[in-house]
Design a protein around this ligand. Structure first.
Ligand code: IMP
Length: 412
């Protein structure tokens, strides 16, 4: 399929295990957008945005909030902890970012996380190392058809009938009243906007390998983090998603348990973890660090139909002598060229690496592709060759302006 250039809308998808820097990329793209619509997950995600001399971490509110006059949508694919969402709105307010129904709409069909979901997750979640925010149990109830939708939560005749006897009822009834003005038919809003050629960013949380269907199951989250999730999580046809941008880091990270073939355990791993400040935005947990894995990359390109890549944290590699890219897995004497979701194979395979030379020049102030050191360009080109997808954006630091646009035709 031909790549769509100059699209009106883009789905922004994590290509790995989350934490790829989607928040920064969505914030960067949002400047030109009218609507930023998040489609999956909950407050297990943490999107860090640094702009206008502020550093803000959002968990539920989409990453377009740093701009005025844009509509941020929390789609039906999410599970919402009302207490956290209200705290987030207040925290943004304290930072001078006013949230109102003019810039935030919450889907009436998003599901609500209640205290028993959180309690259950904290007990059962340790097996795979969840974030303990009640995400899995809330999605479980949704699939079991005993969940609570936003529209039922804000209708007290329904909420009281179901949970009136519970200890949390009074407290949560207050939250429902506060959130009521934001609840809306977001699928209708988005489809009207698409028909009117508005520019829209569909914001994914987590990443391809944490997707409940396509990830490294059972070490996954409970939602659809891949491009298809943009359709189900917002109520739009696949024919309306014009382009898909994959976000990946120059190296790989993973929090929580589960296989990670290219994990680096020695001093180099610690150096990357330290320079890259690889500690979770939601839980503060250390992130495991690994080399670029082209098998993961190609897999993410395939299941998401990625048109172009935003590669983040390239600056973290400065001063790392030799860079490795995994091009195959060796397993029981066989060479595997394609990714597999078999945990057994992933846990018992050895990565086959190509080695490239690193660079020593500080690149955090570079703003054009041409000015990058030759070895950095070689590294990027090799990734493009292996994944057969162009890199459109390169991030060289956490700030909005620390961004290189290599191919503007893939941006809105
Ligand atoms: P849960 O989403 O809290 O159920 O956790 C399931 C797995 O997904 C755990 O390994 C978490 O660490 C991981 N996870 C969930 N959300 C994120 C995220 O936003 N970034 C990175 N890992 C995540």
């Amino acid at each position: 399929m031909a790549r769509q250039t100059n699209p009106s809308n883009i789905a922004v998808i994590g290509m790995e295990w989350g934490d790829e820097g989607k928040g920064k990329i969505v914030d960067f793209l949002a400047e030109k957008a009218d609507i930023i619509a998040r489609f999956n997950g909950g407050n297990n995600a943490g999107h860090t945005i640094e702009a206008n001399n502020k550093k803000i971490v959002v968990h539920l509110v989409p990453s377009g909030v740093m701009y005025k006059n844009k509509l941020n949508i929390v789609g039906n694919g999410l599970v919402i902890d009302p207490k956290t969402l209200l705290q987030e709105i207040k925290n943004l307010d304290k930072n001078g970012i006013k949230i109102s129904p003019q810039n935030l709409a919450i889907s009436e069909n998003a599901h609500v996380i209640l205290p028993h979901h959180i309690a259950e997750d904290r007990q059962a979640g340790s097996r795979i190392g969840t974030t303990g925010r009640g995400i899995g149990p809330a999605y479980t109830d949704k699939a079991a058809r005993i969940g609570l939708r936003m529209q039922d939560f804000i209708d007290d005749s329904i909420f009281k009938k179901r949970f009136g006897e519970e200890e949390f009822y009074r407290e949560y009834k207050g939250y429902a009243e506060e959130l009521k003005p934001f609840v809306n038919d977001t699928a209708g809003i988005i489809n009207t906007a698409i028909d009117n050629n508005k520019k829209i960013i569909f914001e994914g949380a987590q990443g391809t390998l944490l997707d409940v269907d396509h990830g490294t199951y059972p070490f996954v989250t409970s939602s659809s983090a891949t491009a298809g999730g943009a359709c189900t999580g917002l109520g739009i046809s696949p024919r309306k998603v014009q382009s898909v941008m994959g976000v990946c880091k120059a190296y790989k990270t993973r929090v929580g348990n589960g296989p990670f073939p290219t994990e680096i355990t020695g001093a180099v791993g610690q150096k990357i973890q330290k320079i890259g400040r690889e500690f979770g935005a939601t839980t503060g947990r250390e992130r495991r660090v690994g080399w670029f894995d082209a098998l993961v990359g190609k897999y993410a390109v395939m299941v998401n139909g990625i048109d172009s890549i935003a590669l983040t944290k390239l600056d973290v590699f400065t001063t790392i002598d030799k860079l490795k890219i995994c091009v195959a897995y060796k397993h029981k004497g066989n060479i595997l060229k394609d990714f597999t979701t078999s945990i057994k194979i992933l846990q018992n395979c050895q990565p086959v690496y190509e080695e490239l030379d690193g660079w020593w020049d500080d690149i955090t102030k570079v703003r054009s592709y041409d000015r990058l050191p030759n070895n950095a360009k070689k590294y990027l080109r090799r990734i493009e060759e292996l994944l057969k997808v162009p890199i459109s954006i390169i991030s060289v630091g956490p700030k909005r302006e620390q961004t290189i646009v290599a191919r503007s035709e893939f941006l809105v």
